[in-house]
Design a protein around this ligand. Structure first.
Ligand SMILES: C[S@@+](CC[C@H](N)C(=O)[O-])C[C@H]1O[C@@H](n2cnc3c(N)ncnc32)[C@H](O)[C@@H]1O
Length: 103
């Protein structure tokens, strides 16, 4: 998370919702794309440095809408997900992002 308010909201509310959606995933191999300040490696979601079918789940917290070639990003995510793997995406709705009040 890039800011502390987002971090708090995620811990208090979104984490519970994610648990309800996917349950606990103790043995899953997961990738968070565009993880902001929690960086341990830097990469481009349109060219993920991972073999095909590496991950059980990929998490996107508000990054795909920043990627001009978002279709390439989704292709890459699909490539690195194992069959039956899951993409958890929290994205900005078009109505919100195109609102005049949105910076
Ligand atoms: C709005 S921030 C969200 C950061 C974090 N996920 C959060 O919720 O606080 C968007 C993030 O997307 C990343 N990003 C933009 N284009 C990217 C790309 N092509 N590949 C990977 N990350 C990208 C930026 O570096 C930034 O960290």
């Amino acid at each position: 998370m890039n800011n502390q308010l987002r971090s708090l909201i995620q811990r208090r509310f979104e984490a519970r919702r994610l648990l309800r959606m996917g349950g606990k995933t103790p043995h899953w191999r997961v990738l968070e794309i565009g993880c902001g300040r929690a960086i341990v490696s830097v990469g481009d979601v349109t060219a993920i440095r991972a073999d095909d079918e590496t991950y059980d789940a990929v998490f996107d917290f508000g990054i795909i809408h920043h990627v001009p070639d978002w279709r390439a990003a989704l292709r890459e995510i699909r490539r690195v997900l194992k069959p039956g793997g899951r993409l958890f995406a929290e994205e900005v709705h078009e109505r919100f992002i195109s609102h005049p009040a949105f910076p």
